[in-house]
Design a binder for this molecule. Sequence first.
Ligand SMILES: [Zn+2]
Length: 216
Amino acid sequence: MSDMKIELDNEIYNVIIERKRTTKNTYIRVKENLDIYVTCNTLTTNHFIIKLINDNQKRIIKMIIIQKKKKAKEEFFYYLGKKYDLVYLNKKGITFGDEKVFVSSDFDLDKWYKKEALKIFQIELDKMYDAFIYKIPYPSLTIRKMKTRWGVCNVREHKVTLNLELIKKDIKYLDYVIVHELSHLLYANHSKDFWDCVGDNYPDYKKIRKELKQDE
Ligand SMILES: [Zn+2]
């Protein structure tokens, strides 16, 4: 779905035009999927945009190269502890092979991870909750990307937040983080009693905790 196509350096690119009443100047940027986005005023003509792109060819090609390099760096795909080669295809959606994962260039990986995490994290939370040997309130689950923590527990609201990044790791790490957060429903600190509670519900926790830390 592009507003126009343009040839640069022997390749065809989609140009997507976003017209805004409040925009005075015209801005060009290249998105991850290599579409060229032009933000401009409502009154800017297509003719003007084409001329602007042609006048700025060198700069745009540079932006395309930057995006291509960025993509080359992200050529691996991690899911539940397994590493796949990430291969971009012109086919919609996501397909799993033994060692490879195929996606279209505009595939929203984070959205897909989130969808998977909503299913898997809830199943694991229920599993660890049912197996928990002390009586605790049943918590609600939130999933989001976090920079510095694997999990957070809001003791008062009985709310557990898990880091979306856990979807990339072996499920044993997810289970440990869940037990850790569930234990906070009994102990809001990291006291000896807290760690005893973690150990009672996840005997191998010391090793797992160390591995998670090394990873950070
Ligand atoms: Zn903690």
